[in-house]
Every structure is written in C-alpha cells, then in structure tokens.
Ligand binder design. Structure first.
Ligand SMILES: NC(=O)c1ccc[n+]([C@@H]2O[C@H](COP(=O)([O-])OP(=O)(O)OC[C@H]3O[C@@H](n4cnc5c(N)ncnc54)[C@H](O)[C@@H]3O)[C@@H](O)[C@H]2O)c1
Ligand SMILES: [Zn+2]
Length: 389
C-alpha cells in the first residue's frame, strides 16, 4: 500500500483548503501507478520530461514505457548529471526542447531525478508559457524528504547557488522508493541527515524511530524508508505551510545545521588552502571530500548543538546523541578535525548575504527549536575555542 501525505496549497495560490498529494510507493512497478495517477489528474496531457544522464540510464526506460502504455506522448530532455545543470543556459535548452516538441499550455512537466532535476524542471515549468503544471518524481532520498516539498525551484548564477528561481507548487509528487535501490550508500546517508534534522527540530518520535532502527535505515529497508519519507514530508509541509515565502522566520528552522554545514560543504569543494596543516584533505585516509550536502549538514548539526548549549538555550544531550546516531547510519562525525578559521570565514561570507545578523537555529530540546541571532565572532569563540589560538 502506498503512503500518502497531503500538502496544503497556499492561500495565495488556491483556496486555503486545497492540497496536493505526495504519494510514497515502496512496491514494484510503481511507474505504472504513477502513469495512472498522471492520466487521472491531467487527462489527455502531453508530457515534457526532464531527467539527467544517470537517472535516464537507470530509470527512464520503465517510466517511458509506463507512460507509452497509456498513450501519453513524452518529449524527454536529458541534462548532464550534476549541479552544473542548474543554470539559466540549461533552463533555456529544456524550454526550447519542449517548444520544438510542440508542447502547449495543456502539457504537463515531469521532473524525474534528484534535487538538481527537480529544481531545474520546476523552474522551467514555472516559466514555460508562463507556467504549466508539473509533477515531481524524486529519485534521491534527499529529493524525496526535502527538495520536492515546499515549492522552491531554481537555478544557480555565476555569483552563487539558487540565485534565480520561483515558488511554484507541483500538481503532485510521486516518490517511488524502489528508485533508491540504485543510490549509493553515501547518498542514502546524506538523505537521512535531513530526516534526522526534521526529527531534531520538530518530532522526537521520528528521531527515536531512526535511533531504534539505524541499521535498517542505513541499509535502505524499503518499508522503513517509506515511513521516514512520509514523516519527513509531513514535518516539512507543516513548517512550509506556516511560512511559504520564508517571511515569518518559521521556515528558517529548516536551516538547522546549515549555517556551519554550508561553510563545511563549500570548504570541502574548494582548492586546498595555503596552510596545509589547516586542510583536512591532507590527512591520510580522508576519502570523504568533497562532502555531500547532507554529510556537511550532519556536521553542522553537531556544531549547532554545541553552540546552542554555549548560548545557554540548547539541549545539553543533543550533540552526543546526534553523534552516536550519525556513526550508526554512516554519516561523518569528524567536526573538530574539519573546523578551522577558513571555515568560519566562510560563515561570515554567508552572513553578509543574509544582510546583518546571523540567524541560528537552537534546538532547546529534541523536537522543538527556535531561532536566535548570533555574531560570527561568538560562533568562532565557541567552535574554535583554544584551537584558534
Ligand atoms: N528546492 C528545495 O527546496 C531544495 C532543498 C534541498 C536541496 N535542493 C537542491 O537539491 C540539489 C541536490 O539534490 P540531490 O542530492 O538529489 O542531487 P542530484 O540531483 O545531483 O543527485 C545526486 C546524484 O545522484 C544521481 N541519482 C539520482 N537519482 C538516482 C538514483 N535513483 N540512483 C542512482 N543515482 C541517482 C544523480 O544523477 C546525481 O549524480 C541541490 O541543487 C540543492 O540546491 C533543493
Ligand atoms: Zn539541506
């Protein structure tokens, strides 16, 4: 049986009582039920499909076949695998391919892939012919628990990530859990980090569930993963519904672990620093770089837990509890080895972008969080302490 989460559509987009579904399907041949859902919700529509080279090889054939079996015409566009496909140039290519394929306002866009394809496909859907309906079929755990919920679409600019985009809600989301069987262990663990984040900020029983079944979560047990996806989506949908356009601050709670996490993530992608002693990539045995987003967020959550305690507001048991859980599900815990002045300097750069204060999420006890303002200097004192001197 498929699970289902109903996500509210927003008052400005529709009637306040309207919702769209996230369907979570852990059984074989989910593509056939997906095609049936599409045919029911958009009768007679042609499909403009976006995917990437890896997902096209692994999963596109069965989805194409299922759509063809229902006489649904598909114009597929396959973009290169990876973050560089989130560009305006690639968005133009996708839109142009749909135009050449003759897709009109009656068409539906389908994004089959991870967060990159979802963000790109949703963005193009929101501007093509001033907007056509779109459907997400997320194929990474990160996309299923995080990026496919909340309606943020977008591409990167040379100046930075996600600097051009729209808020655009899908017709429905179809999470086929079986697609995750082809995902690597590190990508699965990275997705689990965002699930753990949702538990830490909003639902202690979700955290307890992963703690109790860490080995099964790590191994990708389909029934467990389906439940984690459903519960994660429920939490994210609730938070987003309270603050669709990130104006009241509620949505910022989803950034738990991301302040330091982003800095660690970009540091792990950067060229080696001039001081080799400050660079974890020079450690023998470090094969973790660059960090996956979720891995960096896991380390960022450890940092945030420590800072919360230093501010006198955080849960004193959280850092050790998260560290044990990360070790059990295959996420990194080497925060102290990675923290250095260069990483903190990257936090300061992010802070400038956020014009003024640095919003910092503090979990006061597992399942409940709030936002505090903090200075970068304060952060650096707590995190580097004696190490800085
Ligand atoms: N819109 C949002 O709210 C939101 C939230 C979080 C993240 N994001 C965005 O999501 C992106 C990251 O998403 P991601 O981690 O899914 O990255 P991704 O889409 O690049 O996927 C990661 C890799 O996995 C491959 N892949 C995808 N599905 C697979 C499968 N089933 N089997 C094997 N390989 C598969 C992809 O080809 C890619 O190489 C970032 O661009 C980030 O900005 C958006
Ligand atoms: Zn994240």
């Amino acid at each position: 049986m498929a699970l289902r989460v109903d996500v509210p559509l927003f008052a400005e987009a529709a009637g306040a009582d309207r919702t769209y579904p996230i369907i979570i399907d852990a059984e074989a041949q989910a593509e056939e039920r997906f095609a049936a859902e599409l045919a029911a919700r958009a009768p007679g529509a042609r499909v403009g499909l976006v995917t990437d080279t890896t997902v096209a090889r692994l999963h596109l054939p069965r989805f194409s076949a299922a759509l063809a079996a229902r006489q649904i015409a598909v114009t597929p566009v396959v973009v290169p695998d990876g973050e560089t496909s989130k560009s305006l140039a690639r968005a133009e290519e996708v839109a142009e391919a749909w135009a050449r394929g003759g897709l009109d306002r009656g068409a539906v866009a389908v994004a089959l892939g991870g967060g990159v394809v979802g963000d790109l496909g949703g963005f193009v859907a929101s501007i093509y012919l001033r907007g056509i309906p779109y459907v997400q079929v997320p194929t990474t755990l990160l996309a299923q628990v995080d990026s496919s919920v909340g309606g943020k679409t977008g591409v990167n600019l040379p100046s930075g990530k996600n600097l051009a985009g729209t808020f655009y809600q899908p017709l429905f989301v179809y999470a086929d859990i079986t697609t995750l069987q082809t995902l690597g262990a590190r990508d699965r663990a990275a997705g689990l980090a965002e699930v753990i984040k949702h538990g830490a900020i909003a639902d202690v029983s979700l955290l307890e569930l992963i703690e109790g079944r860490a080995a099964a979560a790590r191994a990708g047990d389909p029934a467990l993963i389906a439940e984690l996806v459903a519960r994660s989506c429920t939490i994210k949908a609730r938070v987003v519904a309270a603050d669709e356009r990130e104006t009241s601050g509620t949505r910022a709670l989803l950034n738990f672990g991301h302040t330091v996490g982003h800095a660690l993530e970009s540091a792990s992608h950067a060229e080696p620093t001039t001081d080799p002693r400050n660079d974890p990539r020079n450690d023998p045995g470090n094969d973790q770089d660059p960090l996956r987003h979720g891995e960096a967020v896991a380390l960022g959550m450890l940092a945030a837990a420590r800072v919360g305690v230093a501010l006198g507001a955080g849960d004193a048991t959280l850092e050790a509890r998260l560290e044990a859980l990360f070790a059990a599900v295959g996420l990194p815990t080497d925060l102290d080895r990675r923290l250095n002045a260069e990483v903190l300097a990257r936090v300061a750069v992010d802070k400038k972008r956020a014009h003024g204060g640095l919003g910092f999420v503090v979990v006061e006890r597992v399942g409940s969080a709030h936002l505090e303002r903090i200075q970068v200097a304060q952060l650096s004192d707590v995190l580097l302490g004696t190490k800085a001197r």
